[in-house]
Design a protein around this ligand. Sequence first.
Ligand code: DX5
Ligand code: ZN
Length: 221
Amino acid sequence: MTAIPRPEIAPSILSSDFARLGEQVTEVLDAGTRVIHVDVMDGHFVPPITIGPLIVDALRELVHARGAILDVHLMIERPERQVEAFAKAGADVITIHPESTPNIHYGLKLIRELGCKAGVVINPGTPVEAVEPVMEIVDLCLLMSVNPGWGGQKYIPSSTERLRRLRAMLPAEVVLEVDGGVSLATIDEVRAAGAELIVAGSAVFGADDAGDAYRALAARL
Ligand code: DX5
Ligand code: ZN
């Protein structure tokens, strides 16, 4: 892949119907998205267990055939031990949390060495300054605007100011992503604060028609 599409809405499959995953992903690809967000949880870093490299591998052909990318968000302990498996499975962007490893710099460098775009992601309780030591070695920075672990939570209002601070701090080429509680009610606020890649789970797959929901959000970009 060359560049991460921006601005774009990244539908999160966490809120999709897993019994018809391929169909649901096709709906949003047909509607125009070029980024599919994949939430990986291990039952340790966050309580739920979700999915692993097998599902990334199952989606890679479908997604890449449309010129779209897989944005894999690792909410797991010691992610540096798993990035190779996700890279081999077809991940294009891999994001890891400094709260989940003492080796964030190493993990991000490893992601790039594996040929993927590297992203650092911080929780609502982590100072934005945590990004500073790695901002020269990342392609993307993801701000959690809810606590990680579950879809369908309410947007944390202080995230808007944190997005502004990150945008001011980061080099222009680093993509700013936001994840959690984004809907038609909050998208204008995160856009105005500088978010370029906007994750939407329940706002897309919780809607009656995922394609229509994607288009309504994308119209606000
Ligand atoms: C939460 C995940 C999110 C989640 C967002 O831990 O990282 O990607 O799917 O869901 P919504 O958009 O419903 O807040
Ligand atoms: Zn996510």
